[in-house]
Design a protein around this ligand. Structure first.
Ligand code: SF4
Length: 64
């Protein structure tokens, strides 16, 4: 599984970071998402799914 982030769609809401700070951060410049680990394993897989679901702008997706 791989996390794909479309920074063009990201509105910098930060929900992904709140959901899992081990996987996501936000750019200091414009607040858009930075994926810290795009190939989560173990418990982080579920957290990645949760982050995709909570993102308000559908900027995150998963490649299974
Ligand atoms: S939750 Fe979505 S819109 Fe908000 S920072 Fe993360 S990727 Fe961007």
């Amino acid at each position: 599984m791989k996390i794909i982030a479309d920074t063009g769609k990201c509105v910098g809401a930060g929900q992904c970071v709140l959901t899992e700070p081990e996987l996501f951060d936000q750019s200091e410049d414009d607040g858009t998402v930075i994926v810290l680990n795009d190939k989560p394993e173990g418990e982080l897989v579920e957290k990645a799914r949760e982050a995709v679901n909570v993102c308000p702008s559908q900027a995150l997706s998963l490649q299974e």
